[in-house]
Design a protein. Structure first.
Length: 329
């Protein structure tokens, strides 16, 4: 299970950019639709950035709620999402009275053309009654039995998944490790194409690790990227909500809610739709009523190009791991 109480840690110290962000413009005035230059005598730091303010008043307003007035998503690219690469602190756009940074002009242009598709609100529980909750809880118990039984599932310490891809000669390897005690670690490694003029040289590899700890947002001792915004944490938690075993691990939490949505259809097959909400996120499980296995999952979130959309994943094959029945990767 992923803990409810989370500590948000700012990326300070050696990671702090001492040059003023936003071309030195006052972020509070920017959010309110005005471009006003800040002054060196009115500075404040939050996350990885130093900000300048036009007056002591706007500086105090910022310090009272820096998540509101500072750059969003910890400075990650506004098009690619909170878990993407860092944006340029001087390449920004304001939408909904919030400031977003971008890795390139193309990213900023795409965001500006359709900002709603990148900033859609999280899904919420539909209206339901107690009977729907009781039925939903019953389906969850059937899923537990279908996927190996409580004793087997709850004895597993962690789930680790690895995927790879190649884009324009760049090799990407992503590893996702989800622990039953609440830690979630996503590591992404990008390896550059080999230099044809120096084929014996090892190409450079860039490695980024995001960590959501059981009781904090980051383990500073291992040098991971520190999370600075609720959006970053929500996107990281969503990775766990896309996996069946971590969802079933959380069934004992006080905020775990399962709602029976009734009979449905997935790829021409009859299924029972069960919506699960936990940790502020919503996922619909499409259950095969004959096998008590999850035939698919529906959720709202970001894919690789950064847009927020409704996604349906189907499970076509299974594997047995330590007695647990899990989707074959």
């Amino acid at each position: 299970m992923i803990a409810i109480a989370l500590t948000f840690l700012a990326t300070l110290g050696s990671c702090l950019d001492t040059e003023p962000a936003l071309n030195g413009l006052d972020p509070v005035h920017l959010c309110e639709g005005r471009e006003v230059a800040g002054a060196a005598e009115h500075e404040a730091a939050h996350g990885a950035y130093t900000y300048r303010f036009a007056s002591a008043e706007t500086r105090e307003r910022f310090l009272a709620d820096p998540e509101r007035w500072g750059v969003q998503w910890g400075g990650r690219c506004g098009r690619m999402g909170p878990l993407s690469g860092a944006g340029n602190p001087d390449r920004f756009a304001v939408h909904g009275a919030r400031i977003f940074l971008f890795a390139s002009d193309a990213c900023r242009d795409r965001f500006a053309a359709d900002p709603g598709s990148y900033l859609a609100a999280p899904a919420a529980l539909p209206e339901h009654d107690e009977a729907a909750r009781e039925a939903g809880a019953g389906w969850v118990e059937r899923l537990v039995q279908g996927h190996g039984g409580a004793q087997v599932l709850d004895a597993a310490g962690a789930l680790e998944l690895t995927a790879g891809s190649v884009q324009d000669g760049w090799h990407n390897r992503v590893t996702l490790r989800i622990s039953r005690d609440g830690e979630l670690v996503r590591t992404s490694e990008w390896t550059a194409p080999r230099d044809p003029l120096a084929p014996d040289d090892e190409p450079e590899t860039t490695r980024t690790t995001w960590t959501l700890g059981a009781h904090s947002s980051v383990d500073e001792g291992r040098g991971e990227v520190e999370l600075t915004s609720p959006d970053q944490l929500r996107d990281l938690r969503r990775l766990g909500h896309r996996e069946i075993l971590p969802l079933l691990w959380q069934r004992g939490r006080e905020d775990f809610v399962a709602v029976d949505l009734g009979a449905g259809e997935l790829d021409g097959r009859p299924v029972q739709d069960v919506l699960v909400q936990v940790d502020g996120l919503v996922t619909t499980l499409h259950v095969d009523p004959d096998t008590n296995l999850v035939a698919g999952l529906s959720w709202r979130g970001r894919l690789f190009e950064g847009r927020t959309r409704d996604v349906v994943e189907t499970v076509t094959s299974w594997t047995l791991a330590g007695g647990a029945v899990l989707p074959a990767q």
